[in-house]
Design a protein. Structure first.
Length: 329
């Protein structure tokens, strides 16, 4: 990547150095020799940690544990004649599918992209989150469908065997959750995988409670009520994931455009901002283009102004790639 003198052209998510961030800001605000400014600041962030390496390890561990649990629940679900346990195993399968998609997306996003992919493969993470959201919705539909079937066709099950396996499944879900929490908690892709795990855990809790109630009362409808409650809770998270991923895919602004405009217009040299576009490639990778109207008297200092605006936007709003067209009157 070539350096530009005054703009920003980072083609990677924003990485902030927590130890030196304030020092960098101080240097930016008091830089007098703006000719030496570079838009990429590779050295400045070379020691910053990219979460993707950790995320890959986290997802591999989570996927391995989830697949083992899925086969365990399938086997003992059929053995104990527990439709609830089988449905949880199928739900676990959708979780495994989500983890596979998330892992593949991170691997692809980490690869060097050809020239035609001008922003790399980062958007694959958003696509993965979108697919994960769809699979969550489908799993909700399946839970409701199974609840209806069980209402009309209650069956005798081996409660003790099913209970033991359900408890094991819950413990493993909790362990998987802790593993996923070691990754980037704000990454929409990893977050969608975490939601899948959490939905599995809630499903396991509902099944365990249902087994206890059924064991003492034989009230099979309790299991149906719990399944519907779990489905409603999961639906809320699924809608949030789909909403965020769709907004990114539709190039919606992740920031309040009026707020960003006011932030830039605080510079006395700036008269007006128009034709403003802000969009998100992936998490912490925001782009911006705009026309900036300045005083004619400020023309000789417009390079310093551009330098200040760019780095203020990067530090405050995580905008890593900017293209400004300056106008004057």
């Amino acid at each position: 990547m070539e350096d530009c003198k005054f703009g920003l052209n980072d083609h990677k998510p924003f990485l902030k150095d927590k130890n030196n961030h304030h020092n960098h800001n101080h240097e930016h605000n008091h830089e007098h020799n703006h000719q030496s400014a570079s838009c990429s600041h590779e050295d400045e962030h070379s020691h910053s940690h990219d979460h993707r390496g950790t995320d890959k390890k986290v997802l591999k561990w989570a996927l391995s544990i989830t697949l083992i649990t899925m086969f365990l629940e399938f086997f003992y679900g059929f053995l104990s004649n527990s439709l609830a346990l089988i449905s949880d195993a199928i739900h676990m399968f959708t979780h495994s599918f989500a983890l596979i998609i998330s892992l593949v997306a991170i691997i692809i996003a980490s690869k060097k992209a050809p020239l035609s992919k001008t922003f790399g493969f980062y958007r694959t993470e958003v696509l993965a989150a979108f697919v994960n959201g769809i699979t969550i919705i489908l799993s909700i539909a399946w839970i409701i469908y199974e609840a209806i079937l069980r209402f009309f066709n209650p069956q005798i099950i081996d409660i003790k065997t099913a209970m033991i396996v359900a408890i094991i499944g819950l413990v493993i879900n909790i362990i998987t959750g802790f593993i996923l929490m070691q990754g980037d908690k704000n990454n929409i892709n990893l977050k969608s995988a975490f939601v899948h795990m959490l939905s599995d855990a809630l499903s396991s809790v509902a099944i365990i409670i249902g087994y206890v109630v059924i064991y003492f009362t034989q009230w099979y409808f309790i299991d149906i009520i719990l399944a519907v409650i779990v489905a409603i809770v999961i639906a809320k998270w699924a809608i949030d994931i789909l909403k965020n991923s769709i907004n990114t895919l539709m190039e919606s602004s992740p920031l309040d455009i009026n707020e960003v405009k006011q932030f830039i217009e605080k510079h006395k040299e700036v008269l007006e901002l128009h034709d403003v576009h802000i969009w998100e490639i992936t998490q912490d990778m925001y782009n911006m283009t705009a026309h900036v109207k300045i005083n004619k008297e400020s023309l000789e200092n417009y390079e310093q102004l551009m330098h200040e605006i760019n780095h203020e936007l990067k530090d405050k709003y995580k905008i890593v790639h900017t293209t400004f067209q300056f106008e004057w009157e």
